[in-house]
Design a protein around this ligand. Structure first.
Ligand code: BES
Ligand code: MN
Ligand code: ZN
Length: 519
């Protein structure tokens, strides 16, 4: 009897211990998509219409049906301009309830980003109808290569927009649940391409989910465990270092930021070894909440969204998830230093000195410049322990970046033109654009009177970058400051409201481009 109750107590204990980590990661299926050669009965037929289409006649349409549709086209002055829509009750004789014409402009000039946006807006439109079965026809895009590119990009854009963060709703609104059946020119090619994009979307969803988590839910260990749940089934090797290991490895810069919290620092390492050789390392700032520490963020506007200060870490996790999901033949590793910047009797003080993993000392000019403190050790770990061949770090690092560039561009700092070029190209492609700011001339701004360097300086974005550069040593390195970029107050284009997964698409594209350019 006694034994039994002891066992019960132990079981209860282990339940409650894991309940605090009860963030379950389920694959997020935003949209059901199938590709076929032919059309089928449905609640709605969506027709992708190229620019300057004035006459519509699809295979299987009678003369009377075409006449009726073309009359509507004329009356509404619909000509296939990109983004234009015309919804009709489908003419008698067609096996659809509604007919939606979606203008796509000139197919040869339609960028991937624009096609994705069209998909997002199509999804929003359909979500407002009662249609459950949606047939999309791409018959009017006759070039097979363009047909594949456009149809899959439109479907991908819709999938990205249809994500919902409803984990904390007791009664979540129904998620979009239509079945989309695409008529395409090359079924196999579209399926293969969409699979790649779907893997990318899954990475974006993970990043959004992680970034959206409130501070007390997405603390360092919970973040790391969530990433493990998502990544391990894909064949990614996940290592999580706890606070004692971090201390033992000498990473006092990472450790110090969370020392005042019950929730201590963790270091997440997620390795997709799709090829041999030295890995490409992506290092993301994972400060799971930023109060500022003793340099407290004192106005509510500056502290309110600081749960999204882990967007960089979320981006590197999402990118590795995408690359693993794509089975990319690339050796890539995500490193996420995870912290929570909080106050207590044990918290770091302004003016303190910490020792980083590389043995160098840092004066804490501001406890609120915590991102560079955790990244310093993350970057050093990637160089020293993972022997990375190139390191790109990504971080919601400075308010100064927002002042300089707003959210139209993220700020790029690098001395390597091959990294710059490939990042710019990747950014253009996915509309997560980077703008390079200079490092040269700012070498002195993080000099400290009492330690090797200080974590503050002016101008602010450069101070962060110069500080980080030291920890990359001779390894080719770039720093991307994404402050302000990872959160949308309102839904727009391919992004729902809230965290948008910024950086996943940029880094996933970049890794592939960089790999190709180095081959
Ligand atoms: N997480 C913030 C940067 C930030 C600001 C991100 C606004 C998103 C929106 C970062 O840790 C921070 O507090 N930076 C300070 C640094 C300063 C104290 C040297 C800043 O930029 O004001
Ligand atoms: Mn801060
Ligand atoms: Zn921060």
């Amino acid at each position: 009897m006694k034994k039994l109750s002891l066992w019960c107590a132990a079981a209860l204990l282990s339940i409650s211990a894991s309940a605090s980590l009860a963030l379950t990661a389920q694959p997020y299926i935003a949209t059901s998509v199938q590709f076929h050669q032919t059309q089928q009965k449905a609640d709605m037929l969506v027709l992708l219409v190229p620019a300057d289409t004035t006459e519509l006649k699809l295979s299987g349409w009678s003369r009377a049906t075409s006449n009726q549709v073309n009359r509507a086209l004329q009356v509404a002055e619909f000509n296939g301009k990109s983004g234009s829509k015309l919804e009709l009750v489908a003419p008698v004789g067609l096996e659809y309830g509604r007919l939606l014409l979606l203008g796509i402009g000139n197919p040869a000039e339609l960028s991937r980003a624009k096609a994705e946006e069209l998909g997002a807006s199509l999804g929003v439109h359909v979500n407002d109808t009662s249609a459950k079965q949606v047939q999309v026809s791409s018959q009017l895009i006759t070039d097979t290569t363009l047909n594949t590119e456009i149809t899959t990009a439109v479907a991908h854009g819709m999938e990205l927009r249809n994500y919902r963060f409803d984990r904390f709703k007791s009664k979540p609104a129904a998620r979009p649940a239509q079945q989309y059946r695409w008529q395409v020119a090359d079924v196999a090619a579209s399926q293969a391409r969409y699979q790649q994009l779907h893997a990318l979307a899954q990475g974006v969803f993970t990043a959004r989910e992680l970034t959206n988590l409130p501070g007390s839910s997405g603390y360092p260990e919970a973040f790391a465990q969530y990433a493990r749940q998502v990544l391990e089934p894909l064949g990614v090797k996940v290592t999580i270092l706890g606070p004692e290991q971090i201390k033992a490895l000498g990473m006092g810069s990472l450790y110090g930021v969370s020392q005042g919290s019950d929730k201590k620092a963790h270091l997440l390492i997620a390795h997709w070894q799709g090829a041999e050789g030295q890995p490409i390392a992506l290092v993301g700032k994972g400060n799971t909440f930023d109060t500022g520490g003793y340099n407290l963020k004192t106005d509510s506007a500056s502290i309110i969204r600081m749960h999204s200060d882990k967007a960089g870490a979320a981006a590197v996790v999402g990118a590795v998830q995408a690359l693993a999901g794509q089975k990319a033949p690339i050796n890539v590793v995500a490193v996420a230093p995870l912290s929570i910047n909080m106050i207590s009797g044990d918290a770091q003080l302004p003016g303190d000195v910490v020792t980083a993993g590389d043995g160098s000392t840092i004066e804490i000019g501001s406890t609120d410049a915590e991102g560079r403190l955790i990244l310093a050790d993350g970057i050093w770990y990637a160089r020293e322990h993972l022997k990375a061949r190139v390191i790109v770090d990504i971080a919601t690092l400075t308010g100064a970046k927002v002042g300089a560039l707003g959210t139209v561009y993220s700020a790029l700092f690098t001395e390597h033109s091959d990294i710059e070029q490939t990042l710019r190209q990747a950014g253009e492609r996915v509309q997560e654009r980077v703008w390079r700011l200079p490092l040269a001339g700012y070498e002195e701004i993080t000099k400290s009177r009492i330690a090797d360097r200080i974590n503050t300086g002016s101008p602010g974005a450069q101070a962060g970058a110069i500080f980080l550069k030291h920890f990359a040593g001779d390894t080719p390195w770039a720093h991307i400051d994404i402050a302000g970029d990872a959160f949308n107050a309102a839904a727009k284009g391919i992004h729902p409201e809230g965290s948008n997964g910024y950086g996943v698409r940029l880094l996933t594209e970049w890794v592939s481009l960089y790999q190709q350019s180095a081959e």
